[in-house]
Design a protein around this ligand. Structure first.
Ligand SMILES: [Zn+2]
Length: 330
């Protein structure tokens, strides 16, 4: 059955096979990832406006990619956070404050006892919520070992596989994780894990038509959601959509950052000084005090940057993210 699902070209949400059309070839962020994302095409469903890669990569390959490759310190987008050792303060970044502000507009934190953070990364939002209410217990699933260290420091219990927990939760977080999956059946797992009236807080990239006409790369994303995708998910899995909005900076800015990241990686890997030498230089030769100074300088620079304002803009059609909250109905 698993193979059958993977070779059939149909919408990952409404499962329609007829009203889908070819969009473009899949674009890789880094050429060497061709091993994991080989010869994919992009299709779009006319009914729910969801884009998707086809054929989906083998699950074993994907698992290997996220375990050992995706967050390697010599590749974007994670390299700077490793070099400047700023992951411990990353929870105070504007994007996380914006998530906190939005969530607490609809959810009373005092009623949350426990959280499951799906594909937690460093678990910034869960960590913030626990700071505001220390009795909250935090569980998560995250395969990356480096992230796991930070998650444990922050009070998380990591199950690695979502199917290994039997607990029932008040709130599930799925912040920039759904777009990495090969289908949307994870919502069946989410429903099993939620208490009655439990909530799912999600955010994904906004993949409206503008995305497909101007994006620089797609990988490693496999499903390309729009607001309408989540309306359909709500109907399919009987989840009440409490709110949905577009949010954050514009797609145009997002593409600009994509281009910069890709160009910088190419430059560093083609130059005399490959990135790993630069990384080792920074790590071994540069005194810690310099790194601290640089980190503080970057923080200050950030505070004075008008670009911050974009992280707090909702309801703009050209924003690069879609964010929303589901409530369990049954
Ligand atoms: Zn569809």
């Amino acid at each position: 059955m698993k193979n059958n699902y993977q070779i059939q070209n149909k919408c990952p949400i409404c499962e329609n096979e007829k009203d889908i059309f070819y969009l473009d070839n899949y674009r890789l962020h880094l050429e060497e990832d061709n091993f994991f994302f080989n010869n994919l095409k992009l299709f779009k469903c006319n009914i729910c406006e969801t884009g998707f890669a086809y054929p989906m990569p083998e699950l074993e390959n994907l698992s290997e990619f996220y375990k050992n490759t995706y967050r390697s310190s010599d590749r974007p987008p994670w390299w700077t956070s490793k070099i400047y050792d700023n992951k411990h303060v990353s929870y105070l970044e504007d994007k996380n404050l914006s998530l906190l502000q939005y969530l607490t507009t609809f959810v009373n934190i005092s009623e949350i006892e426990n959280i499951f953070d799906f594909g937690a990364g460093y678990g910034d939002l869960g960590f913030i919520l626990k700071k505001k209410k220390p009795s909250i217990s935090l569980d998560c699933s995250e395969n990356d070992k480096e992230c796991e260290k930070i998650l444990i420091e922050r009070g998380y219990n990591n199950f690695r596989n979502i199917e290994d927990t039997n607990c029932k939760y008040d709130l599930i977080l799925a912040i920039h994780s759904l777009e990495h999956l090969t289908n949307t059946k994870i919502f069946i797992n989410f429903k099993k894990l939620l208490k009655p009236n439990g909530l799912i807080f999600f955010e994904v990239p906004n993949s409206s038509q503008e995305y497909f006409s101007k994006r620089i790369y797609d990988s490693p994303h496999l499903i390309f959601f729009t607001k309408k995708s989540f309306e359909k998910i709500g109907l399919k899995y009987n989840l009440k959509l409490i709110n949905i909005t577009t949010t954050s900076y514009s797609m145009y800015d997002s593409f600009k950052f994509q281009k910069q990241s890709q160009d910088l990686y190419k430059k560093l890997n083609n130059g005399i000084f490959k990135l790993k030498y630069i990384k080792n230089f920074v790590k071994n030769i540069t005194p810690k005090i310099f790194l601290k100074f640089r980190r503080d300088y970057l923080k200050l620079k950030k505070i004075n940057d008008d670009f911050r304002l974009n992280h707090f803009i909702n309801n703009s059609n050209d924003s690069w993210c879609v964010r929303g909250i589901f409530k369990k109905n049954d």
